[in-house]
Design a protein around this ligand. Sequence first.
Ligand SMILES: Nc1ncnc2c1ncn2[C@@H]1O[C@H](COP(=O)(O)OP(=O)(O)OP(=O)(O)O)[C@@H](O)[C@H]1O
Length: 263
Amino acid sequence: MSAAMNQSPVASPKADIILSARGLTKRFSGFTAVDSVDLDIKRGTIHALIGPNGAGKTTCFNLLTKFLQPSAGKITLNDRDITRLSAADISRRGLVRSFQISAVFPQLSVLENVRIALQRRRGDSFDFWRPEKVLSAYDEEASARVEEVGLSSHLHEPAGELSYGRKRALEIATTLALEPEMLLLDEPMAGMAQEDVGRISALIRKISANRTILMVEHNLSVVADLSDQITVLARGQVLAEGTYEDVSQDERVVEAYIGAGHE
Ligand SMILES: Nc1ncnc2c1ncn2[C@@H]1O[C@H](COP(=O)(O)OP(=O)(O)OP(=O)(O)O)[C@@H](O)[C@H]1O
């Protein structure tokens, strides 16, 4: 077999793994918040990172999205080493972190918020003073993104006047404008009223159709409902992995949650 054939992505046993971490470790002045974590995220799945308070989920998430540099370990995206790349570099490579609601410009309309995200993707300057004609060239695509998240009837409403759940949907639309191959969601249900939890869950399921999603989420019924695969962290280490059924029946997981004062 030729070398070229050997390198074919189809032939690679890792072809179905989009994001991978090996020995991922983060120490904060002597305290190890993330300790030798191995993680494989399968392409096209919804993968949840869960664990009791202080387990290291946020730190792990920040390492994978390059908001923190690891003390040790390796991260690969589509088999390429991204350990030393910046957050902006990996976002250009299709790994995009969804920002919290504060990333939405409250005075600007829903459409304008998505339009700015599209400009950012195209490398256009973050310029509010562009001629209207240039900006409106983005409108068609921005409208499509807005429709995708179910906000078409709020297109011209200032983002600041949207309900909390709709702000989250808008924030997801601005993230989709960056055309992520993989989306990382940091506690998408945080602060949501019960009726919004259902809507945002349905939205996450919808946008997962042709993407990979990794989320840190405390709401375990959402995790049970959405996730194909779950990694449970405790004290910075991987405690268990599998489907919700697998991990929820694992005694070590139950003990870790009870020990940390969760119900
Ligand atoms: N910048 C930092 N400096 C020192 N210690 C930190 C820092 N960031 C996190 N830690 C510690 O690392 C541990 C893991 O924190 P992390 O926020 O990653 O956990 P978590 O699982 O996201 O918790 P929670 O569910 O409460 O958000 C905690 O003990 C925390 O106090």
